[in-house]
Design a protein around this ligand. Structure first.
Ligand code: 13P
Length: 250
């Protein structure tokens, strides 16, 4: 089967509302004839502004994280109800910066996955090993554990609303990209994990994005690999001139 390519921009902690609006307007115009699936994930503070601009376009509105609880005394957190209220359709969970800088573990991420799916949001679940884990020959094991634990208890129908993003931590923001071959090896392995957890058809349908220093210069080679179904782009998603060539590849 042919899976659609899914290209997402994670704007991380960048851009004021006016800067975010300017980029969203440019992307809406320049991607309107794009043939892939698109998403932008601005900061919480720009979700409403960007949401109003991308509404009705072929660009989905994503959040970069959300709380594990629906509501309550959680100072500084943002709830699924608040995201839905802003028109958010997709939430990125388990990003390596959440795992490693903010110490989110698989159990917490799994709780967020369930909460998002139960409330009708789609999920991009990020997985990926540290450099030390890769050097110790543990990359596959780490990705398997994060996939299994992140998806624990998710039904087959829930899984249809989950995208996986393989982001090797050593490739994020470093300019070092995994080779297309190395990335494809992990993607194929993770697809096998999905086949074992669910079935062959679920594995075949699973979209697995690659993330980590994706640029216009390497996007096409990465995406040419059988198991690489798109990209989760950080730095290069912050400017239309660097994101559009990735989004319009092929
Ligand atoms: P870079 O593209 O800046 O390496 O970031 C990747 C990433 O973390 C996207 O979520």
């Amino acid at each position: 089967m042919t899976r659609p390519y899914y290209i997402a921009g994670n704007w991380k902690m960048h851009k004021t509302r006016s800067e975010a609006a300017e980029l969203a307007k440019t992307l809406t115009a320049r991607l309107k004839d794009g043939k892939h699936k698109y998403l932008v994930a601005p900061s919480f503070t720009s979700l409403e502004t960007v949401g109003a601009i991308v509404k009705g376009s072929n660009i989905l509105l994503g959040a970069q994280n959300m709380a594990a609880e629906e509501q309550g005394a959680h100072t500084g957190e943002v709830s699924v109800l608040q995201l839905k209220d802003l028109g958010v359709q997709v939430v990125i969970l388990g990003h390596s910066e959440r795992r490693h800088t903010y110490k989110e573990d698989d159990e917490l991420i799994n709780k967020k996955v369930h909460l998002a799916l139960n409330h009708g949001l789609d999920v991009i679940l990020c997985i990926g090993e540290l450099l030390s884990e890769r050097e110790a020959g543990q990359a596959e094991k780490v990705c398997e554990t994060q996939t299994r634990k992140g998806l624990e208890g998710v039904s087959a129908s829930g899984l249809e609303r989950v995208t996986l993003a393989y982001e090797p931590v050593w490739a994020i923001g470093t300019g070092k990209t995994a080779t297309p071959e190395d990335a494809d090896t992990i993607h194929a392995y993770v697809r096998g994990v999905i086949a074992r957890l669910y079935d062959a058809s679920a594995a075949e349908k699973m979209i697995i994005q690659y993330g980590g220093s994706v640029k216009a210069e390497n996007a096409a080679q990465l995406m040419a690999k059988e198991n690489i179904d798109g990209a989760l782009v950080g730095g290069a998603s912050l400017k239309a001139d660097t994101f559009v060539p990735i989004a319009m590849f092929g």
